[in-house]
Design a protein around this ligand. Structure first.
Ligand code: ADP
Ligand code: TRP
Length: 324
């Protein structure tokens, strides 16, 4: 089985990225041939500062390794090191109906938020399909927001195989885990770099505690029982704590009068659980930050390995469509 996923180097990694994509990717690296990449071409659709992009790529590579991706097991690479991806994206574009791209929520959302409505943003899903099909990926672990892009990919794969012969490309499948499909942000909406509502994966203790204290809650007083349905604090706590601890927090929400507990207490518990969970990631990050040559080595080795595969697949596709 071949597993593939990509993350955009568009800002600091947050715990939504971790639970939605990174953690599943780390777990899957033992279950097949894994390809994990830094989607820098995709990031160009939302960032225009060259120095920031360059720095973010390195930062994300550090995060990949700090979170437990192992270059001995997984091929870790940068999207733009593989020129074949743009060749395949073009071929896919020739079977990609405009309507399919027009229906993509992500494009509409991003334009509504003020991103340039340019060709790259519009064609983004076709490049993403190329990312996936270029490596014959079977399984793609992602968060729920990428579900539609995976559907576009499958649609395009079907069209290519119908037109040019079964087996021209491999039909991939998304892996979206229910429990972590949408990690809520500080305001209760989906956590996202673009909504300014994130809890970063790593960072200073004080700053992150401050972020967690900002989680929006109801305005109940300490002495009042508090609602648990729709509580962002509880939803986030579930990502870190076992069932018993979560149940205790839920029960404590129901206490009132002298026994009542304030939201500050629950947020502190969440912070403690968060801080402990990512202790080893923070330590590994620090170590890697002092070993940037190693990071570069990993990325260039990854590119070599990825190209071995991508050139084979592209050659097969080019033959099928009559370019060879
Ligand atoms: P962002 O929305 O912060 O820009 P990306 O679009 O770069 O994040 O997402 C990278 C990966 O992390 C994707 O697989 C995406 O589905 C996943 N992801 C992002 N935000 C969340 C979230 N809040 N909950 C679960 N998964 C998420
Ligand atoms: N679009 C994805 C995101 O915003 C990143 C991405 C690009 C990706 N290419 C991919 C994810 C291929 C999985 C497979 O998060």
């Amino acid at each position: 089985m071949r597993i593939l996923t990509g993350l955009q180097p568009s800002g600091k990694l947050h715990i939504g990225n971790y639970f939605g994509a990174m953690d599943p990717a780390v777990k899957l690296q033992d279950q097949g041939e894994a390809f994990y990449f830094i989607a820098d071409y995709h990031a160009m659709t939302s960032m225009t500062d060259a120095a920031t992009l360059k720095n973010n790529v390195q930062d994300l590579a550090i995060d990949f390794l700090a979170c437990g991706l192992d270059p001995e097991k997984a091929t870790i690479f940068r999207q733009s090191d593989i020129p074949e991806v743009n060749e395949l994206a073009w071929i896919l574009s020739t079977v990609c109906p405009m309507g399919l791209l027009q229906r993509c929520h992500s494009y509409k959302d991003k334009v509504d938020r003020g991103l340039d409505a340019n060709h790259a943003l519009f064609a983004y899903p076709a490049l993403m399909a190329a990312d996936i099909l270029l490596y014959d990926a079977n399984l793609v672990p992602v968060g729920k927001d990428q579900k539609q892009h995976l559907e576009v990919t499958r649609d395009l794969a079907g069209k290519i195989n119908d037109k040019f012969g079964e087996g021209t490309v491999v039909m991939p499948e998304a892996q979206i885990k229910d429990s972590t499909a949408v990690v809520p942000g500080l305001d209760g909406q989906k956590m996202s770099k673009s909504y300014d509502n994130t809890i970063p994966l790593t960072g200073g203790k004080k700053a992150i505690r401050k972020q967690i204290m900002k989680i929006v809650t109801s305005s109940h007083e300490v002495v009042e029982a508090k609602p648990t349905d729709g509580s962002t604090v509880i939803a986030l706590y579930k990502l870190f704590a076992d069932e018993t601890a979560v149940q205790t927090m839920i029960d404590e929400h129901g206490l009132s009068g002298e026994q009542g507990m304030g939201y500050g207490h629950f947020k502190q518990q969440l912070f403690d659980a968060y801080w402990e969970k990512f202790e080893s990631v923070r330590a590994k990050r620090e170590e890697l930050e002092n070993n940037l040559d190693y990071i570069q080595q990993v990325i260039s080795k990854g590119a070599e390995k990825a190209r071995e595969e991508s050139s084979k697949v592209l050659e097969r596709v080019k033959k099928a469509v009559g370019l060879r």
